[in-house]
Design a protein around this ligand. Structure first.
Ligand code: DGL
Length: 261
């Protein structure tokens, strides 16, 4: 299944912005001694409102960037990009690639008791329907909800709290009414809103973050440590916002961010 020989020492992460840091943080906690490259495509955020053709073009640029960086493994820390472009990216990459969606599906199947699962995600992920398809293949009933404003709430550092509370209710109500006992956080920005989400649903619904099982798998794939710890951050727009807001998410200062053309 994997092209490379262990150990994998240079690992890339990609997302449209800050969301992928919720995945990166979990991987880095398990494996601190690796070389990481985090790429935030902030000039193109939000991916969730892009067409399939736009996403394929974007994915091509991402793979070109990581081919130049000569990484061993790319974690597509974005559900939208994974849903739409993972297979295409695999076909043009010189490195191994994993995406978040399969991990969300696996964890949700383990978590649900009543076989009713909610998926909250971007519009593009919901329209693509990969989560729905994979869950239904496992005999799970699915209710999806596209949460239009969640990504901008996170990118704007959750400033408008009342608006977040209002929108959480609007987007999660159909899933609660449907009777799901499990909700997949189907966008890597959403774990940052988890307290708002739990406040609305109460204790009866469990949330699944695909990053939990993904990080364990990355640890398995990557093998023994390299003893060199280094992280380089690249963005396509607004490096200073990324520094400030990204540091809060990752829980450590982001010192240097390189802005790409
Ligand atoms: N964080 C990404 C995801 O997991 C994309 C968010 C966006 O740019 O719309 O889907």
């Amino acid at each position: 299944m994997y092209l490379k020989q262990k150990p994998y020492n240079k690992i890339g992460f990609v997302d449209s912005g800050l969301g992928g840091l919720t995945v990166f943080k979990k991987v880095k906690k398990l494996m601190s001694d690796k070389e990481y490259i985090y790429f935030a495509d902030s000039a193109n955020v939000p991916y969730g409102s892009k067409t399939r053709d736009q996403m394929l073009m974007i994915s091509e640029n991402i793979v070109r960037f990581f081919n130049e960086q000569q990484i061993d493994l790319l974690v597509v820390a974005c559900n939208t990009l994974t849903s739409i472009a993972l297979d295409y990216m695999k076909s043009i990459a010189n490195f191994d690639i994993i995406g978040v969606v399969e991990y969300g599906v696996k964890s949700a199947i383990k978590t649900t008791s009543n076989k009713k699962v909610g998926v909250i995600a971007t519009k593009a992920t919901v329209d693509n329907g990969l989560y729905k398809k994979l869950l239904e293949q496992k005999g799970v009933e699915v209710c999806q909800s596209a949460c239009f404003d969640f990504v901008s709430f996170v990118e704007e550092d959750c400033k408008d709290k009342d608006k977040i509370v209002e929108k959480v209710e609007e987007y999660l109500k159909p899933i609660v009414d449907f009777g799901a006992d499990t909700i997949i956080l189907g966008c890597t920005h959403y774990p940052i809103l988890i307290e708002y989400l739990k406040q609305y649903t109460g204790e009866n619904i469990k949330f699944v973050d695909p990053a939990d099982s993904l990080s364990e798998d990355v640890y398995e794939i990557c093998g023994s440590y390299q003893n060199k710890c280094d992280t380089k951050y690249f963005v396509t727009k607004n490096p200073s916002d990324f520094k400030i807001n990204g540091s809060k998410i990752i829980g450590e200062p982001i010192e240097k961010v390189t802005e790409m053309e």
